[in-house]
Design a protein around this ligand. Structure first.
Ligand code: AMP
Ligand code: MN
Ligand code: MN
Ligand code: MN
Length: 375
């Protein structure tokens, strides 16, 4: 993807480019490895929350966020597993951040007015909420709304698939059975893609998306999620931090100008953090292991320009996906404000044995230590 950097003369962009080139980017020390975007089988991940936390702990992760699509149902089990691990003297402590990944509609050419959901230019984007209260009314309300959207959508997709693949042996009742067996009330197109793989109707999930499930393909079903302003508001109301997920991974937002507009629109919805002069209570995911260095620089530069913090996460769903490996190669440039320095993370640092009184300094030190060999 082309980046904004070549057209950009502002100093922050240049400083970060040098840092990346010199490999002096801020990275988490292995002792506090964190991954702030992870899925479980409460949405389209393959691991149970308990398995996810246990696996993360084995990999040396100290802080993880469970961020399932449109729901927080796996958070409790993840916290219970972390509590069990933390009661042992022989294993490093681990902190679970309650999170969610909401689907949202962004009107790329218009105003993001709540309720303005009829524009044909709506783009589906993802907004992660970190440190949310899973019981907050705003989270429960949007989650329920999106659950019914998902139920209606999966029915529509299944009907369409039977229509176009019935002759090749696809049976609606088998697909329903497979989805029920997955056990999640929040079915995404990923489970449907996995079924098509299992039935050998496609060779991999990407083919399932490309051939059947994306816009313009025979089994695509259009849905309007809550507007990005409603989503940001729901996360803020729950006490959480809104995080624009993987800005470089939206298929239809391939130009740097559109990504810049999305980040600007998102920032305009985030409240100012009363404790921090000028910084907004919102973040973008700048750290993703398999994006290009230029993309990382572009996102981090845009975060700085828009006074947003930066987050990082692998978006791990399952083993065997070479692009989304839990806790792997995650970092944000040391020039940006990492989201885990927000005061809402203090209690979690404290649970890891880091004194909140010196947390910022200590955390600064830790994130500026280059990570060692992969473990
Ligand atoms: P949905 O929320 O139903 O639109 O499903 C989106 C989910 O499907 C994403 O969170 C990914 O986990 C997965 N996904 C999207 N596109 C692809 C793709 N091309 N190949 C494999 N998985 C995909
Ligand atoms: Mn997913
Ligand atoms: Mn996503
Ligand atoms: Mn995700």
């Amino acid at each position: 993807m082309p980046t904004l950097l070549s057209n950009q003369s502002n100093q922050s962009g240049r400083v970060m480019a040098e840092e990346f080139e010199n490999k002096e980017i801020g990275r988490l020390h292995p002792a506090v490895k964190a991954d702030l975007h992870l899925h479980t089988n409460y949405s389209d991940g393959k691991l149970k929350p308990a398995e996810l936390v246990a696996f993360a702990s084995k990999r040396g992760i100290r802080m993880l966020a469970v961020t399932d699509h449109d729901n927080v149902n796996g958070v409790k089990e993840a916290i219970e597993t972390a509590n069990k691990i933390n009661s042992r003297a022989d294993v490093a402590k681990i902190a679970v951040i309650p999170g969610i990944e909401f689907s949202a509609s962004w009107d790329m050419h218009g105003e993001n007015v709540p309720g303005n959901e009829s524009s044909p230019e709506l783009e589906k984007i993802h907004i992660v909420g970190l440190c949310v209260d899973p019981e907050a009314e705003s989270i429960v309300r949007v989650s329920e709304k999106h659950k019914s959207i998902r139920i209606r959508r999966v029915n529509e997709i299944s009907d369409k698939l039977e229509e176009c693949l019935g002759a090749k042996g696809l049976r609606r009742e088998h697909l329903d059975e497979y989805i029920n067996k997955c056990g999640s009330e929040f079915v995404t197109r990923k489970q449907i893609a996995d079924y098509l793989c299992e039935q050998e109707l496609v060779s991999d999930a990407s083919e399932a998306f490309e051939k059947y499930l994306v816009k313009g393909r025979p089994a695509y079903a259009e849905r309007h999620w809550s507007n990005i302003s409603e989503i940001v508001q729901a996360i803020v109301e729950s006490g959480g931090i809104p995080v624009l997920a993987h800005p470089c991974r939206y298929k239809n937002l391939s130009s740097p100008e559109l990504i810049a507009k999305l980040i600007k629109d998102f920032a305009s919805l985030c409240p100012r953090d009363p404790e921090s002069s000028g910084v907004l209570s919102g973040a973008v995911e700048a750290g993703w292991p398999f994006q290009t260095i230029d993309d990382g620089i572009m996102i981090a530069s845009l975060a700085l320009e828009n006074s947003l913090m930066c987050s990082m996460g692998s978006d791990f769903h399952e083993f065997g996906n070479r692009e989304r490996i839990l806790g792997e190669k995650l970092s944000v440039p040391s020039r940006v404000l990492p989201v885990w320095q927000d005061s809402r993370f203090d209690a979690y640092w404290q649970s890891l044995g880091i004194d909140p009184a010196e947390a910022t300094l200590k955390k600064m030190h830790l994130i500026q230590t280059i990570v060692g060999p992969e473990i």
